[in-house]
Design a protein around this ligand. Sequence first.
Ligand SMILES: Nc1nc2c(c(=O)[nH]1)N[C@H]1C(S)=C(S)[C@@H](COP(=O)(O)O)O[C@H]1N2
Ligand SMILES: [Mo]
Length: 260
Amino acid sequence: MSERTPISTRRGLLGAALGATGAGLAGCDRLATSPAVNERLSAAEGLTFHVQRLLLGRQALAREYPASAISPDFRANGTVNPDNEDYQRHVTTGFKDWRLEIGGLVERPLLLSLDDLRQAPARTQITRHDCVEGWSCIGKWRGARLGPLLDRAGVKPQARYVAFFCADTLELTLDGTGDYYETIDLADAHHPQTLLAYEMNDAPLPVAHGAPVRLRLERQLGYKMAKYVMRIELIDSFANFGRGKGGYWEDRGYQWYAGI
Ligand SMILES: Nc1nc2c(c(=O)[nH]1)N[C@H]1C(S)=C(S)[C@@H](COP(=O)(O)O)O[C@H]1N2
Ligand SMILES: [Mo]
């Protein structure tokens, strides 16, 4: 558990900038905000990004909570059961043949089973998930820390981002995009709370929440936290994926850096 004073400093500062939108949430709450808030959030994105770096640095921890704060009913959002034959086959076999590839700009591509991930350096954390739509839930996550896995693979110097490719197509459009994917930078990838989570609330990660593994990236909004991760690639640019903005929702107008 770690709670650090700079969080409240940041909340205060951003609260002043945003009109106090995010503070004081407990459980799965809906933010009571005016429609103007999203616009102001968007305008303040650059501010969020710079304030986080200036006040907290990249490696400061997101707030963690006691077990008593865990939401009894953590909401599931977006895809809740990928409509994909391969994925459904993995569900029926308990993901025993599923392998996670970590490839792209690495010295030693990895092919990891769920057991391999369970044996990797792990972390458990109780954190609050904030969706851009305006609700929050608190959950307990356990997973393999992404940083050590990337070290094992040996990230090449040209690599700048980590891309996560998911099992689900959220919306199939004529331009051929619509598969869920996300990208984060290497600083966020090495953050101690950045996990490939395989457990939620002390049980195997349920399908609705991204089985067999989903990204936890606690300093950013929910849409960055790719569920149903099937493949990870180290890349130097995200210009050639989807519509080139670095993620499914980013391609549809959301900010690439969704700091909270
Ligand atoms: N693959 C995939 N990942 C996803 C989504 C999705 O639809 N597909 N939705 C995102 C959004 S907007 C949120 S808020 C969270 C929801 O996670 P949850 O279902 O565990 O609440 O997952 C994110 N990751
Ligand atoms: Mo979300």
